[in-house]
Ligand binder design. Structure first.
Ligand SMILES: N[C@@H](CCC(=O)N[C@@H](CS)C(=O)NCC(=O)O)C(=O)O
Length: 222
């Protein structure tokens, strides 16, 4: 029997959070790599599934419906698999913070990351430096805010893993080579290390061929 979902992904990209959540939650799926370097995302066959020509795309195999947008896919999977407890219940005191965090990550931090990486291709090469400068300020402002949010706790929302953590850790990984990586913030560093020690994170890295993040903390001697 076919698994219920097919994920189209490219290693380390916006599909990573969805791929990781599927593995962590033990939800059956098959995965199809999309070779961004050769432009596979722009082929007619792929654009039929995802007209934006980006990854991820998740196909719900029972209906054949293909959907995109990493944050929406995380929330969709949380809704479709309530037993996995990937979001606070509607009447939970944590629900409002979860909604706020998901929207903040999706509409402030993620677009700023896209601007950081794609300034010259989404916009004009001439204006790329200014776009990247603004993107960097927004990204570092987001780390300030998220660092405050995880202070004293292991998760972004409440006391358990939620869709917000998959998304935030993926975005933190993207910033690894920026002038100030997210892991250099005092609470975000331990936060990332704790979540990336999950066997599911190691497994998604193994399947996607990713290594070397987060950096191992320096050993301090007295
Ligand atoms: N807002 C989208 C962003 C998707 C996105 O920008 N994906 C990038 C990889 S991180 C992509 O497919 N890039 C290929 C391209 O733009 O040609 C999401 O969260 O899913």
């Amino acid at each position: 029997m076919d698994p219920p979902y097919t994920l189209y992904y490219a290693p380390g990209t916006a599909s990573l959070a969805v791929h990781w959540l599927l593995i962590e939650s033990n939800i059956p799926f098959s995965a199809i790599p999309v070779d961004l370097a050769s432009g596979a995302q722009h082929t007619a066959a792929y654009r039929q599934l995802n007209p934006t020509g980006r990854v991820p795309t998740l196909v719900i195999n029972a209906s054949g419906e293909a959907r995109s947008e990493s944050s929406a896919l995380l929330m969709l999977l949380a809704e479709r698999h309530p037993d996995r407890a990937l979001m606070p219940a509607v009447d939970s005191p944590d629900r409002a913070l979860w909604l706020e965090t998901m929207i903040y990550l999706a509409n402030t931090l993620l677009p700023a990351m896209r601007d950081w990486f794609y300034a010259a291709t989404d916009g004009s090469a001439d204006g790329a430096a200014a776009v990247r400068d603004l993107a960097r300020r927004r990204i570092e402002g987001a780390w300030d805010r998220l660092d405050g949010q995880v202070q004293g706790g292991g998760y972004l929302v409440g006391t358990s893993l939620s869709t917000a953590d998959f998304l935030a850790v993926m975005l933190m990984r993207w910033a690894r080579d920026m002038p100030r990586p997210a892991t250099s913030w005092p609470s975000l560093g331990p936060y990332a290390r704790q979540l990336t020690e999950l066997p599911s994170f190691r497994e998604v890295c193994r399947r996607e061929g990713l290594a070397g993040w987060p950096p191992v903390s320096p050993i301090t001697t007295a």
